[in-house]
Ligand binder design. Structure first.
Ligand code: ATP
Ligand code: MG
Length: 383
């Protein structure tokens, strides 16, 4: 029986989920998204849109009345409102998981209790408390906002005792916690999937390069040893088992100099570092997410071709209505433009994948080709 899929959030992830849903008409008849921006990217891809905030309880109820199954592309949906939605409508991943993940401290605690390796962390209740507890970890240490952070905006690296007061006051009265700083070799992530039937599948780890706290590039496969790669996949399976949720999860990890893998954070949704799967893998992360929440057999996760994904971010000096991007799609270069009307500094406007279609397996040349393309990009503004 085919179903109406409701998605909380209609940005680029909602857009790519909508595109994947359209390829599965025998399972999904329609997609409805809840998003505050009129004519959001998912709506442009053919989803029906309810205009409203992710945290608007009435809008969430409205979405549930029109949908058979609900999922999300952002973590800021109101977990209480979602909890109040009753059978036969299913919500995946479950609101209980969302509640844990939304609070980075509770998330770390949950991972730690499930014996998943994470860096040391403690809750912080006041500035004197911070002064006291930072002594356990030494400098630098990471002060993090518990809720509502993204693109590193909720993080403050305390490098010397003189920065404690400034760091603490930065987040006002919002709850924070402290983390031991990890001197990592590289950052990787694993896209994991678990279906409503309990089947688990994971993709190979990708390496993530951040600039100014925003993901710039994901390299598939990550340039890590087999041992680290196996460790990461094993940890990802453990995470999927611990949460017992259905859907795709993006699991961000640090690789330490002594080849240990620590989980940084989990996103209970499709993830920016999984966009390469659109052209590189047997099943895209978007199709996989839908398969997982529909209870279908999961798709194969094999990496068929090496690939490098680069985000196209708004330049620092550009604001306004943007029509398109100039990027030549030559052999093995695939552009995904999100059709956001407004360009803003560092806003994710699109991405492109450079795919090793001839299977040369030379990851470094894929990286340099991606860098060259990135430098050549220009935007066409609306007149
Ligand atoms: P995003 O939205 O990009 O996932 P976020 O705001 O949720 O980011 P985190 O993922 O916690 O924040 O941190 C952003 C980046 O800061 C990480 O990718 C990593 O580079 C760095 N970072 C975070 N925690 C630590 C840590 N304990 N030690 C060292 N670096 C860290
Ligand atoms: Mg992160």
């Amino acid at each position: 029986m085919n179903k109406i899929l409701g998605i909380i959030g209609g940005g680029q992830l909602g857009m790519m989920l909508t595109e994947a849903a359209k390829q599965m008409p025998e399972h999904i008849s329609e997609v409805i998204v809840l998003d505050p921006n009129v004519n959001c990217p998912a709506a442009k891809a053919g989803a029906k849109q309810i205009v409203g905030n992710f945290s608007d309880k009435n809008a969430i109820v409205e979405l549930s009345l029109q949908s058979d199954i609900i999922t999300y592309e952002i973590e800021s949906g109101d977990a209480d409102a979602l909890m109040s939605i009753k059978e036969p409508i299913t919500i995946n991943p479950s609101p209980e998981i969302l509640r844990i993940v939304q609070d980075k401290y509770l998330q770390k605690k949950f991972l730690d209790e499930n014996k998943i390796p994470v860096t040391d962390f403690v809750p912080i209740s006041s500035e004197p408390d911070l002064e006291q507890k930072i002594l356990q970890f030494g400098y630098p240490a990471m002060l993090k906002l518990r809720r509502g952070a993204y693109d590193g905006r909720g993080n403050y690296k305390i490098e010397v005792p003189g920065q404690i007061a400034q760091g603490y006051s930065r987040f006002g009265s919002n709850p924070v916690f402290l983390e031991k700083h990890v001197d990592f070799l590289c950052e990787i992530s694993v896209i994991g999937a678990r279906s409503t039937k309990g089947e688990i599948a994971v993709y190979s780890p990708v390496e993530n390069i951040h600039e100014e706290n925003i993901l710039r590039m994901s390299i598939a496969p990550a340039r890590i040893t087999k041992r680290v790669s196996e460790q990461a996949e094993q940890i990802a399976r453990k995470v999927m088992n611990a949460f017992q949720g259905s859907g795709v999860f993006g699991i961000e990890m640090f690789v330490t100099h002594d080849e240990r893998v620590l989980v940084n954070e989990i996103a209970p949704r499709v993830h920016n570092s999984g966009h390469h799967t659109l052209q590189s893998s047997a099943t895209s992360q978007f199709e996989q997410h839908l398969r997982a929440i529909l209870g279908l057999k999961l798709g194969k996760t094999d990496l068929l071709h090496y690939a490098v994904m680069s985000n196209i971010l708004g330049p620092k000096d550009l604001k306004g209505r943007c029509e398109s991007v100039n990027l030549e799609q030559t052999e093995g270069v695939y552009l995904k433009w999100y059709k956001k009307d407004e360009i803003k500094p560092l806003r994710k406007m699109g991405h492109f994948n450079v795919v090793d279609i001839n299977d040369t397996r030379k990851i470094d040349s894929l990286i340099s080709r991606s860098d060259e393309i990135r430098k050549s990009i220009s935007f066409t503004m609306e007149r």
